[in-house]
Design a protein around this ligand. Structure first.
Ligand SMILES: [Zn+2]
Ligand SMILES: [Zn+2]
Length: 272
């Protein structure tokens, strides 16, 4: 399997759905994509190749339990992460947070696809933050708006833990640089929000733009391009919160060992 191979889904896994076969050591990711554009489109996508220096500069050392490996000869970068944040997020989800043994590999070159892939009804990870935490689409395991229906379970850092004890986000990871650092403290000189994540297709995801918090100026994927950064996505305060579709043709290889036996306390059950 190459790093650009789309992992086939073994089962549908949402935030609080049954996950009997997850974490069984099979070493699989959980993302399930639609493979369909569903009438969505992007505007201005351009292929991008990054150096390892650029990738390293984007990641948030100290705010996550991860290691970044980058190989320009191979044209790949890989994040090894426990998926456990290195800060107290004032967690409100009844489920615990356990080491998920993430190994996520992207191409250094993000390549535009002929057509986009709708991820609004996806389950599982559709990208990873720059402190090694997966982010999901806008729906919970029951296909509802996760922010509306699961909002009370999100902690001060906009994260929560599913019944696999896998901590994740459905909207802007506000503590991605640590609980004491405002994302906009890392903004560019022009006020453009910094990279907070990389999507499954390798294009970067920036924080919410204070000048366009609802994404009115963005395409269906929550993306746009500018001369300095090329094509990229933004988190938004409104649906779809992270990204709506993937404009690129490649997909990361996201592998998780899942929580070790006995390490996931999910006895709290699904919150309502
Ligand atoms: Zn969730
Ligand atoms: Zn932008």
């Amino acid at each position: 399997m190459t790093p650009r191979t789309l992992l086939l889904p073994l089962l549908l896994t949402g935030c609080f759905e049954d996950s009997a076969t997850y974490g069984d050591g099979s070493g699989t990711g959980t993302w399930t994509g639609s493979g369909e554009s569903n009438g969505m489109s992007q505007e201005g996508c351009q292929d991008r190749t990054r150096t390892c220096a650029e990738i390293r500069a984007a990641f948030a050392d100290g705010a996550g339990d991860f290691e970044l490996d980058c190989d320009e000869d191979a044209g790949l970068f890989t994040v090894y992460s426990s998926g456990v944040p290195l800060y107290d997020s004032n967690q409100t989800t009844p489920n615990g947070i356990a080491d998920q043994g993430w190994q996520v590999t992207w191409s250094l070159t993000a390549t535009c696809a002929d057509g986009v892939e709708d991820v609004t009804s996806s389950r599982g990870e559709i990208g990873m933050t720059v402190n090694g935490i997966p982010f999901y689409g806008p729906e919970d395991g029951q296909g509802r708006d996760a922010i509306v229906y699961e909002g009370p379970t999100l902690d001060d850092c906009n994260g929560h833990s599913d019944n696999r004890c896998s901590y994740h986000h459905h909207n802007e990871p506000v503590c991605v640089f640590g609980t004491s650092t405002d994302i906009m403290d890392r903004a560019g000189d022009d006020g453009h929000p910094p990279v907070v994540a990389f999507a499954a297709d390798g294009f970067p995801v920036h924080g919410v733009d204070p000048d366009d918090p609802d994404g009115a100026e963005l395409d269906d994927c929550n993306g746009h391009q500018d001369a300095d950064r090329g094509y990229h996505y933004h988190m938004t305060d409104d649906y779809p919160y992270t990204i709506g579709c993937l404009a690129g043709q490649d997909r990361f290889t996201a592998i998780s060992s899942g929580a070790a036996d006995g390490e996931c306390d999910n006895s709290g059950g699904p919150p309502q």
